[in-house]
Design a protein around this ligand. Structure first.
Ligand SMILES: *[C@@H]1O[C@H](CO)[C@@H](O)[C@H](O)[C@H]1NC(C)=O
Ligand SMILES: *[C@@H]1O[C@H](CO)[C@@H](O)[C@H](O)[C@H]1NC(C)=O
Length: 410
């Protein structure tokens, strides 16, 4: 019974030339990334994986010195930690996210592909294994087609065959020295599943006022719910937060929805790491009527641009200091990409629903209604630590053809 699939993936290519504190740092950086993506993203959907970006930057950090190292530490928010302390945090994160859970699937994998015949510092390679469990392989980047196929295969292997052809031969040449890849995959079933027979075609009103038809899932169930005010006195300042746990209640998706007449853009400026914590602490379990579109969004992000805007510049220049990788200052990052994919459905198999489901009959009691028929913001996070696996917004849900179900992983 496949419910939700998220597959982000991050690639960094190099070409020649404390528990509460840690959660706070990661959450702050997640929001910073969101702001950056939102500021360049027009009216589009957004999906990215903060944790994946943080881990990949950690791998680059291992090879960075001088200004390169300083910029990364500063931008991610490690400025107040002792040098190297963040590596322990990232190590813990890498291990924790690998936990073999039975109630959901979460996989984080790191890989380092090195040019054969080039010397890399043993210390750098050891630390890649020690902190990031990286698989290390040597390849010949001048055989660009073979390398692209090989790395794409690795990616498929670590995303349950969901991301194909991430790279092409054009991404490699004889100057490529190393490619770092981080892949994260998550699949969870809602604790309270939607019944497919309750899904209807429904109008979704975009922020520009245009309407699109989308498949809207419906259920009435127990969720964590709260109403908050953005500080303005008018009713328009009130927004809803719905937290829908996955089985096991360790992971959840948080949906943040402004009032129908308020564009999401009006709410976005108030989103802060601390506020996300406040939402999580304030929502209360209660009966809620939920209307949520089935959605599938995918985004390929040029991280080079995003990270530069956040102050990580040196590693992308000819003056880059990645000397901890090879002992020479001859490397720089040529390409940094993240591809993320998120699909939210009521369930993967017809007829599989039916256990512990909510009665259909409308009662006379009026429960709060969360009607996501206009743009909303979402976060997929670990409920205990607050680690944000995915974050984004739905501005324009695709109409999903009901025959276009994906049963292949069942
Ligand atoms: C890493 O995890 C271990 C064991 O859970 C814990 O004792 C340690 O404090 C953690 N280190 C950091 C830096 O979070
Ligand atoms: C992908 O998985 C297959 C099957 O387990 C394995 O034979 C192959 O070597 C893997 N390829 C890569 C690049 O990891």
């Amino acid at each position: 019974m496949l419910f939700l699939r998220i597959l982000p993936l991050l690639l960094l290519q190099v070409i020649c030339g404390k528990a509460d504190l840690q959660d706070e740092i990661l959450a702050d950086f997640s929001v910073k990334l969101y702001r950056q993506l939102q500021s360049v993203g027009n009216e589009e959907n957004i999906i990215y994986s903060p944790v994946s970006i943080v881990v990949a930057l950690g791998m680059v950090e291992l090879g960075a010195r001088g200004p390169a190292l300083k910029e990364i530490r500063q931008a991610v928010g490690y400025g107040n930690l002792k040098v190297g302390e963040e590596l322990l945090i990232l190590k813990n994160l890498t291990w924790a996210l690998e936990a073999d859970e039975t109630q959901y699937v979460l996989k984080l994998a790191n890989s380092l592909f090195l040019q054969t015949g080039i010397h890399f510092n043993e210390d750098f390679l050891q630390k890649m294994k020690k902190y990031f469990k990286a698989e290390i392989e040597t390849v010949d980047f001048s055989q660009s087609t073979a390398v692209a196929n090989h790395i794409n295969q690795w990616v498929e292997n670590h995303t349950e065959n969901k991301i194909h052809d991430l790279l092409s031969a054009d991404d490699f040449n004889s100057a490529t020295r190393l490619t770092l890849i981080n892949a994260i995959y998550f699949r969870g079933n809602w604790k309270n599943q939607f019944r497919p027979e309750h899904t209807r075609t429904f109008s979704f009103t975009k922020d520009d006022g245009n309407e699109v038809q989308t498949l809207m899932m419906y259920q009435q169930g127990d969720f964590y719910y709260g109403e908050f005010s953005d500080g303005t006195s008018e009713a328009g300042g009130v927004y809803q937060v719905l937290e829908m746990p996955y089985e096991g209640e360790e992971m959840s998706m948080m949906i943040v929805l402004p009032r129908q007449e308020v564009p999401l853009a009006a709410l976005e400026p108030i989103i802060k790491a601390q506020l996300i914590e406040e939402w999580a602490a304030a929502v209360k379990k209660q009966k809620v009527e939920v209307y949520l579109p089935r959605f599938k969004i995918e985004q390929k992000i040029d991280l080079k641009e995003t990270l530069q805007d956040l102050g990580i510049k040196n590693i992308f220049t000819k003056d880059a200091d990645l000397s901890a990788m090879t002992g020479e200052k001859d490397l720089f990052i040529g390409k940094a990409v993240q591809k993320a994919f998120l699909e939210v459905t009521e369930e993967g198999a017809e007829g599989a629903a039916g256990t512990g489901m909510i009665a259909l009959t409308r009662t006379l009691v009026l429960y709060p209604q969360v009607m996501a028929d206009h743009p909303f913001f979402f976060i997929v996070r670990a409920r205990k630590t607050g680690t944000i696996l995915f974050m984004g917004r739905v501005m324009n849900p695709e109409v999903i053809d009901s025959n276009d179900r994906d049963f292949d992983a069942l």
